[in-house]
Unconditional design. Structure first.
Length: 209
């Protein structure tokens, strides 16, 4: 971990102490004179001024996030990748050109939605754990639309493409409208509208509430 403070160089270590105090003891903190001069007796560019001893572990008040706060890929373990590929393509979702029956993916509003053979996924993600036997997994996915009316239209289109009706669209106690469908392998999708949801031009969720 490198701490760069104002042009005060070595003397600027002081203001960095509060930050260093929150860094994990896995980090080694160095301060640099950002003018590249080091101490007056040190002419090496960006020479370290002083090594700070590790201070404390990161607590609940950490403000250095090692794990980025983003969702990049959602992968479904598929018993029949070819059949699920066909279903999701029939929704009009664009499949990545590199897709095949060994791995398929759809880029949906900034999140990659992938299909991967269940045995291969289980070997990576759940070694030694019995494979799911079918039915609801306890997880739902959601596709939010732009109006209450679009919930019904999208719901009907998904059913026409081969989805199974789980729960018809209805008004929800939280103020929105949604219904539930299942894909050919039972994965649940909520088709929903929430008035507080805001999206960018790709359909990526920008804010909620």
């Amino acid at each position: 971990m490198i701490l760069v403070d104002a042009a005060g160089g070595f003397r600027a270590v002081g203001p960095m102490r509060s930050l260093a105090a929150h860094l994990a003891d896995e980090f080694t903190a160095l301060t640099y004179d950002r003018r590249g001069r080091g101490q007056s007796s040190d002419t090496s560019p960006y020479a370290p001024q002083r090594r700070l001893a590790p201070v404390v572990r990161l607590g609940q008040d950490r403000f250095v996030s090692i794990v980025p706060s983003r969702l990049s890929v959602v992968t479904l373990g598929a018993r029949d990748v070819a059949a699920l590929r066909s279903f999701y393509r029939s929704l009009g979702w664009p499949e990545l050109p590199a897709s095949d029956d060994g791995w398929s993916a759809f880029l949906l509003g900034g999140v990659l939605f992938a299909l991967y053979p269940l045995p291969e996924l289980a070997a990576e993600a759940a070694p030694g754990v019995p494979a799911p036997t079918g039915g609801w997994s306890g997880v739902t996915l959601a596709c939010n639309v732009d109006s209450p009316e679009q919930v019904d239209a999208a719901f009907a289109a998904a059913v026409a493409a081969g989805a199974t009706v789980v729960a018809e669209p209805t008004g929800r106690s939280w103020g929105g409208r949604s219904g539930y469908i299942a894909d050919p392998e039972g994965n649940r999708w909520e088709i929903a509208w929430a008035g507080t949801a805001r999206f960018d031009e790709r359909g990526a969720l920008l804010s909620f509430g």
